[in-house]
Design a protein around this ligand. Structure first.
Ligand code: SF4
Length: 173
């Protein structure tokens, strides 16, 4: 009988402990360490929409070696936290891009690559083009037609700097 209130007490203690822990990890220096770790753990998903994809592939070749920045392309959407829109985005592929983005875990990032992904490029007045920033929260735009691998690396470095400076949202729980 005297132990009746014990489970409730334990639950209250656990809730209070989790609340305190969440507060602590949102403060410096822990939040800075977290952001630093996220910035060097960017995994772009394999998702090619147009000819800019060839430059994306070249970026991860041994010559340019993007892996030295902690960026590793991967196939599984549920393990990836970056999506590149590689050039032209048609209405059909825009639907696929949205599905892939929704499947990625938080915090996640979007990079739009090439003139076509910025403002339609050579297809600027086409009936079938979607601008990525209209459907996804784009973190960085990479200019060029196509952008050189150095430009892609620059876009990645800018995204890493943004993560370290501004931080990333914490999952709700
Ligand atoms: S920006 Fe140039 S290279 Fe990239 S998808 Fe458009 S036409 Fe192709």
């Amino acid at each position: 009988m005297e132990n009746e209130g014990r489970p409730q007490k334990l639950t209250n203690t656990r809730v209070a402990f989790e609340k305190a822990l969440r507060k602590i990890i949102k403060r410096k220096p822990i939040s800075s360490i977290r952001n630093w770790g996220i910035s060097y753990s960017l995994w772009p998903v394999h998702f090619t929409t147009a000819c800019c994809g060839a430059e994306f592939a070249a970026t991860f070749s041994p010559r340019f070696d993007a892996e030295r920045f902690g960026v590793l392309p991967f196939v599984g959407t549920r393990q990836c936290n970056v999506i590149f829109i590689e050039g032209t985005l048609t209405k059909k592929m825009a639907e696929a891009a949205k599905v892939v983005y929704q499947q990625m875990p938080e915090p996640k990032f979007v990079l739009a690559m090439g003139a076509c992904a910025i403002d339609g490029g050579i297809f600027w007045n086409s009936y079938n083009i979607v601008r990525p920033h209209e459907i996804l929260p784009v973190d960085a735009f990479i200019t060029g037609c196509p952008p050189r691998p150095e430009g892609v690396l620059r876009g990645l470095i800018m995204t890493q700097e943004k993560i370290r400076k501004r931080g990333t949202p914490y999952p709700e729980s």
